[in-house]
Design a protein around this ligand. Structure first.
Ligand SMILES: [Fe+2]
Length: 296
């Protein structure tokens, strides 16, 4: 078994470009209930649970995936991370005050042109009471890239993530903590975000979230239903730019020291270990999808 010693702790933020950021901001702020923490030069920062930002929306000519930010492990300094990236053959740049809330970070462009930022600290305040869907936290993102193997290798070998499952050798799940996945890398001839996922407080919140989305004119595309890989109870909708948003609960909990997942009574086997799932086991409840996985 490979040692589990990832360089990052969690996914901190995702930055999206939009030709109509006002519409995007309204969805994340008024429907999903994220808090707007700042807006400058056409860029708006939104927070889920007290961090300065989890979602960044910026004006661009067309919909784009700008960057993703990960919090570094406590014992890794920014200059050490920059050296690690450079030793692995990637250009790394230390930036100061490149965005509000994060005083210093290391930026790197990984395979597939995917931009990563690594930081030690992000400004935080005590979260305020919820409005809208009000997810508990930002959990993971799914990235489509034509360079699936190289980006997977970057996560695994440079950042120390563990493989935790795949679906049909198309979608590869990886983690740097106890979540079944912090990222899902899909190998397809495109470069974009497939979806961004927020964890809800409990299963009952799925019903409340679907009602709020519906009242705001947003259809739920699929679910809530339980996935095979990860066993999360997930529901998906599109934001106004047709970036897919997942709301989920009950995701598998990975025990890195044992290389398997904490047992649950809805598991198919014990121990539940990382494996390849067939495409048709996308859902264990056989709920038909309202969207095509590859095109959604
Ligand atoms: Fe997901």
């Amino acid at each position: 078994m490979k040692p589990f010693n990832p360089k990052t702790v969690e996914l901190g933020y995702v930055a999206l470009g939009s030709s109509d950021p006002a519409k995007q901001v309204a969805h994340y702020r008024d429907v999903l209930g994220l808090k707007e923490t700042g807006s400058e030069d056409g860029t708006t920062y939104l927070s889920v649970n007290g961090a300065h930002h989890d979602i960044v929306l910026t004006k661009t000519t067309e919909k784009s995936f700008v960057h993703q930010g990960y919090q570094l492990r406590g014992d890794i300094e920014l200059n050490e991370m920059a050296k690690t990236l450079e030793d692995a053959g990637f250009k790394a740049e230390i930036k100061s005050d490149s965005q509000p809330g994060v005083a210093k970070l290391v930026e790197c462009i990984a395979p597939g042109g995917v931009t990563f930022q690594f930081y030690k600290e992000i400004d935080r305040k005590l979260p305020t009471p919820p409005v809208g869907v009000a997810p508990l936290r930002l959990g993971h993102l799914a990235i489509i890239t034509p360079e699936r193997e190289a980006l997977f290798k970057f996560y695994e070998e440079v950042l120390g993530f563990h493989y935790t499952d795949d679906i049909g050798e198309l979608a590869f799940f990886m983690t740097c903590n106890r979540d079944h996945h912090v990222v899902n890398v899909l190998g397809l001839p495109e470069s974009r975000i497939h979806h961004i996922a927020f964890e809800l407080r409990d299963n009952g919140e799925h019903v409340r979230a679907a009602d709020i989305l519906s009242r705001n004119g947003t259809d739920t595309l699929w679910g809530p239903s339980r996935h095979g890989a990860g066993h999360n109870v997930a529901a998906y909708h599109h934001d106004p730019d047709r970036v897919m948003i997942e709301l989920y609960t009950q995701m598998d909990v990975y025990i890195p020291a044992l290389g398997h997942f904490e047992p649950r009574d809805w598991h198919e086997e014990y121990p539940m270990v990382p494996k390849s799932w067939p495409l048709e086991k996308m859902t264990v409840w056989e709920t038909p999808f309202g969207f095509n996985l590859a095109e959604g």
